[in-house]
Design a protein around this ligand. Structure first.
Ligand code: CA
Length: 224
């Protein structure tokens, strides 16, 4: 799950990023509207948190461009002015939710969860692979019917592999899918997550194969 924060106040942006990363989301931050439009064009996000008051292109214009490009990504708008006309304007342009500053971080986190839950509900929330089930809404994993503990990064790596069963996935593409822009995630770190996943999954017959010098492949599940 990847979130783009568009906010020009660096301390607010990093505070938001910290809270959301602690909840297991990969987070990218853009300080300018132009940058945000480019990012949303180039990469897939599950949610955009969008400040209205930005230098240069403002948040309303960013929203207009996102929706003009037929982006259906959920957008949570932040604004310093809690006026009815701002709110109506944002919602008219296709925002999914709206919060006025200052807001409480736990409330923002709850709204983020609700928006992501709502958008996942439209796409089918469960991933099943043999004895392994990922409930992407509740963020719970089960192996052979038993709850399975996964760290946020392990979850993210596993989600990438589950999206490409029986296909080779490069380490580089795993890094791109699970790390934010400003994070340096090394191929060695990916090896560590894979090794932890193997420890947890192999006993149930779920195998991740190493493809030397390239990456990994989640094998099709077979009852042996
Ligand atoms: Ca601002």
């Amino acid at each position: 799950m990847r979130i783009l924060i568009v906010e020009d106040d660096p301390s607010l942006a990093s505070g938001l990023a910290r809270i959301l990363e602690a909840e297991g989301y990969a987070v990218d931050v853009a300080g300018r509207g132009e940058e945000a439009v480019g990012a949303a064009r180039g990469e897939r996000f599950d949610l955009v948190i969008l400040d209205i008051g930005l230098p240069g292109m403002d948040g309303f214009e960013v929203l207009r461009r996102l929706r003009g490009a037929e982006h259906r990504v959920p957008v949570l708008v932040l604004t310093a002015r809690d006026t009815v006309s701002d709110r109506v304007h944002g919602l008219d342009l296709g925002a999914d939710d709206y919060m006025a500053k200052p807001f409480a971080m736990p409330e923002l986190a709850a709204r983020v969860r609700a928006l992501i839950r709502r958008s996942l509900a439209q796409t089918g929330p469960k991933i099943v692979h043999g004895p392994l089930t990922l409930d992407t809404v509740a963020r719970r994993a089960y192996l052979a019917g038993e709850p399975l503990e996964l760290a946020a990064r392990e979850w993210a790596v596993l989600e990438v592999l589950l999206g490409k069963v029986e296909k080779i996935v490069s380490k580089e593409s795993i890094i791109q899918a699970v790390a934010g822009w400003d994070e340096d995630l090394s191929p060695n770190a990916i090896e560590v997550y894979i090794s932890r996943l193997r420890t947890k999954l192999e006993r149930a017959g779920v195998h991740i194969r190493t493809v030397r010098g390239f990456g990994y492949m989640l094998e099709e599940f077979k009852i042996r």
